[in-house]
Design a protein. Structure first.
Length: 298
């Protein structure tokens, strides 16, 4: 509707609609979340948690609404048919931009349970959104460098404990655990610094995925391996708001849970960690090949 307007004006309209959507739904989320904190009973949690998820789904639907009003994006999507909104999924995806999150939420909303992201601890201080993520019980992780952990070894197990605690909550009602295996957004500088063997991907990190599988392997119906490609170039968030995302290609592959790994001791067994690394490298090699093929003009 608004995409015939100048790009800057489209961006301003999209920003206003996005903020209005946030300010409408977040206070409702907070009300019920605080009620759950004040009444810390399992029966109350089982009553309120599904309600919080419905509110979050309505919020995401609102985002999809303003996206349709301001975008002329051509969506080339395969693999999202036949998913179950009442099951558990472990979702893995390559990561290039904050736009990835809106793409994933737009495509998976009400097709699978709400995506739960593991967030950096600092993000809890983001105005309004930090409270929303807290209300939805997104786990906040304190990610430390290896140098820091060498001098503070007592912190090494903190994120693992946070992951296990979060997964215990996720196991109560259907949930989709979201994992960006690269651990951060792809940039050329990070790619060069890592000396990644992949042209379009950073090296995979399996720790978070392994902990989720160890904690909830018997719950997950499948792994949804998602590949996002922006054939006209990776958009910055402001470019996206301006309606400049012309095309996005998404491929979703449903993979079985590797039960032999899910049941194994990732934290305590070196051989298991090596097996996870091999599994991830094979997955990443296939994703690299797929991305390369999708970027070739048809």
């Amino acid at each position: 509707m608004f995409n015939f307007l100048p790009a800057t004006l489209v961006g301003l309209i999209a920003t206003v609609l996005m903020v209005a959507n946030v300010l409408f739904w977040v206070p409702i989320l907070l009300f019920f979340s605080i009620l759950k904190v004040l009444l810390p009973l399992k029966k109350v949690r089982l009553l309120i948690d599904p309600l919080l998820l419905r509110i979050a789904e309505a919020w995401i639907a609102g985002n999809s609404g303003w996206m349709r009003l301001t975008q002329r994006t051509v969506w080339d999507v395969q693999g999202i048919e036949g998913l179950n909104a009442r099951s558990w999924y472990l979702v893995n995806c390559n990561h290039q931009s904050w736009v990835d999150i809106l793409v994933l939420q737009h495509l998976f909303n009400r097709r699978i349970p709400l995506l739960k992201f593991f967030l950096k601890q600092q993000l809890i201080w983001v105005p309004v959104m930090g409270l929303a993520w807290w209300a939805l019980e997104f786990p906040f992780m304190r990610r430390h460098s290896e140098e820091f952990l060498k001098t503070h070894p007592e912190m090494r197990g903190k994120d693992q404990a946070t992951t296990r605690k979060a997964c215990e909550k996720f196991a109560l009602i259907p949930t989709s655990v979201m994992n960006f295996m690269e651990g951060t957004r792809f940039t050329r500088a990070k790619h060069q610094r890592q000396q990644s063997p992949y042209k379009h991907l950073l090296k995979p990190k399996v720790g978070g995925l392994a902990l989720a599988l160890n904690a909830m392997g018997d719950k997950f119906q499948a792994i949804l391996d998602v590949t996002i490609v922006y054939p006209d170039g990776v958009p910055k968030f402001w470019q996206f708001l301006q309606g400049k995302l012309r095309r996005v290609i998404v491929r979703v592959q449903t993979l079985p849970i590797p039960q032999e790994l899910a049941r194994a001791d990732y934290a305590g067994d070196t051989n298991v960690r090596q097996a996870y690394q091999l599994w991830a490298q094979q997955l990443w090699a296939a994703k690299e090949t797929q991305i390369q093929a999708l970027l070739v003009p048809s």
